[in-house]
Design a protein around this ligand. Structure first.
Ligand SMILES: *[C@@H]1O[C@H](CO)[C@@H](O)[C@H](O)[C@H]1NC(C)=O
Ligand SMILES: *[C@@H]1O[C@H](CO)[C@@H](O)[C@H](O)[C@H]1NC(C)=O
Ligand SMILES: *[C@@H]1O[C@H](CO)[C@@H](O)[C@H](O)[C@H]1NC(C)=O
Ligand SMILES: *[C@@H]1O[C@H](CO)[C@@H](O)[C@H](O)[C@H]1NC(C)=O
Length: 446
């Protein structure tokens, strides 16, 4: 089989390819297409997209699904050079808050990642708060309330501040936490702060002297990197997502042949990262009150948290060229889609929702956006390490006990593709050999 039929000639044989051959061919086409998009060669990009569309499918196998989202992202990137068309196509799109809450809930339920993160985060917070009578501001949740209520010295006075751009999300969290605290009879206050991270006013966190502060940030900080080239103004925050109780599920062990293997093969076929000459108009900046990463971390440092637990996507999606980002994103999203392929049926509506509304949107942002609009700037743990270190934070190694609990949880999950490894006192959660999320804990160095 030739992997390069002349562009634009649909061959009936394309439809008869077996899954693995089709996967390889799709990768080949995606890389070809990305090269055309990067070189602003619309005609060729159009022809390649047409070919991909005959093979990709949002409800097919992993690679067909991935290809569907990457082509959408590549097409979106092209369209951004015609802002009128782009806006018109987007003009009736609405993101409903209820959908956003739903998709976060599905991400929590369909993957073990956040559950493991919460085990590690809560354990780090509890250890840092040992013996404290007053605690304010840990960002989590019901499991934490439960453990605190069982402390031998009795529950502390607890204030949780949640920062989110949508009031409805905070209302949902508040409702659940207040209900739980009443049940457990813990003195508790919820302080909702409706704000984007980059505009957060640190005073609104109402941290009082003498209070012990724990900060938890889950999959949020990277968005601030978008402001790095820009203004340095106020200071600010952190935050978290709501958890919805732990749902354990058992899954069959999965097939080990991974998309990474496929990608690897195609790399050998001679695709290298090429410089990318497209320059898209950076979105006009509206950041007069936005902070960049440095001022934000500085603001956190000044609050002297007893502990700050940070979870981030452990990927390198902040490369400067389209090709760099496309390749890295193919690897990591292939791994995430593979998790679902191994554990959830292809026809599951929940799976489709998470793939489209969460991963599809992230992929689009990584591939199609530039400048201030490119928020999904996931970076690897070593970069975060350097960044926190420079900002005056010292690493707090996650405890043996926390890791043991997380490992036990993962084993109980019953799906052996998920792994966890320790890296310099931090934890990296993987699918097979691919790192996907990092969890690290920090404290202000004096
Ligand atoms: C786009 O590609 C399709 C399929 O190859 C082709 O029929 C069509 O003429 C192309 N459009 C343009 C504007 O090049
Ligand atoms: C597209 O629509 C969404 C939802 O309304 C909005 O958040 C986004 O900024 C729009 N994108 C563009 C480029 O207009
Ligand atoms: C995975 O699937 C492929 C073909 O679908 C099969 O050849 C291989 O043996 C499977 N691997 C495992 C570990 O089951
Ligand atoms: C990540 O994004 C920031 C902000 O634009 C930039 O300064 C930095 O160089 C980027 N990192 C890489 C590896 O490109």
């Amino acid at each position: 089989m030739s992997l390069s039929p002349s562009l634009g000639s649909p061959h009936p044989w394309l439809r008869e390819l077996k899954s693995e051959e089709r996967g390889l061919y799709l990768i080949h086409l995606l890389l070809t297409c990305a090269n055309h998009v990067a070189a602003c060669n619309l005609e060729n990009a159009n022809a390649t997209l047409e070919q991909i569309s005959m093979l990709a499918s949002p409800d097919g196998d992993t690679m067909q699904r991935i290809a569907a989202y990457f082509t959408e992202a590549l097409a979106d990137r092209i369209l951004q050079t015609w802002p009128g068309l782009h806006k018109a196509l987007n003009s009736t799109r609405m993101v409903m808050v209820s959908e956003e809450i739903l998709v976060q809930k599905l991400f929590f339920e369909l993957f073990p990642f956040l559950k493991i993160v919460f085990v590690l985060t809560n354990q780090a917070i509890i250890e840092a708060m040992e013996g404290e009578k007053m605690i304010c501001e840990p960002a989590q949740w019901i499991a934490l309330l439960q453990v605190l209520s069982a402390r031998p010295e009795g529950p502390p006075h607890l204030r949780i501040t949640g920062v989110h751009r949508k009031k409805e999300v905070l209302d949902t969290i508040a409702h659940r936490l207040i209900e739980e605290a009443e049940k457990l009879d813990i003195p508790f206050q919820f302080n909702p702060v409706v704000s984007k991270l980059e505009n957060l006013d640190f005073d609104k966190l109402r941290v009082k002297t003498g209070e012990a502060l724990a900060i938890s940030s889950t999959l949020q900080l990277h968005a601030l990197l978008a402001f790095d080239d820009e203004t340095m103004k106020k200071k600010s925050p952190l935050l978290l997502k709501s958890s919805n109780g732990v749902h354990l599920q058992r899954f069959k062990p999965m097939n080990q042949s991974t998309l990474g293997d496929l990608l690897e093969k195609d790399m050998v076929n001679g695709y290298t990262r090429s410089p990318d000459s497209t320059s898209l108009s950076p979105a006009s900046l509206n950041s007069s009150t936005s902070m960049n990463m440095e001022s934000f971390l500085n603001g956190l440092w000044c609050l002297s948290p007893k502990v700050m637990v940070v979870t981030e996507q452990d990927s390198n999606h902040n490369g400067s060229t389209l090709m760099d980002r496309l390749l890295e994103a193919l690897y990591s999203y292939a791994a995430l889609f593979d998790c679902l392929e191994s554990t959830v049926s292809r026809t599951s509506l929940e799976r489709l929702r998470v793939e489209k509304m969460l991963f599809g949107e992230e992929i689009k942002n990584i591939i199609a956006c530039e400048g201030y609009e490119r928020k999904e700037r996931h970076e690897k743990l070593d970069k975060w390490f350097m960044r926190f270190d420079l900002a005056g934070f010292g690493n707090v190694p996650l405890s043996y006990f926390g890791m043991l609990q997380a490992r036990r949880f993962m084993q109980g999950y019953g799906c052996e593709g998920y792994r966890m490894k320790e890296e310099n006192g931090c934890v990296v959660i993987c699918w097979q050999d691919r790192s996907l999320f990092s969890v690290s804990a920090w404290r202000s160095r004096k």
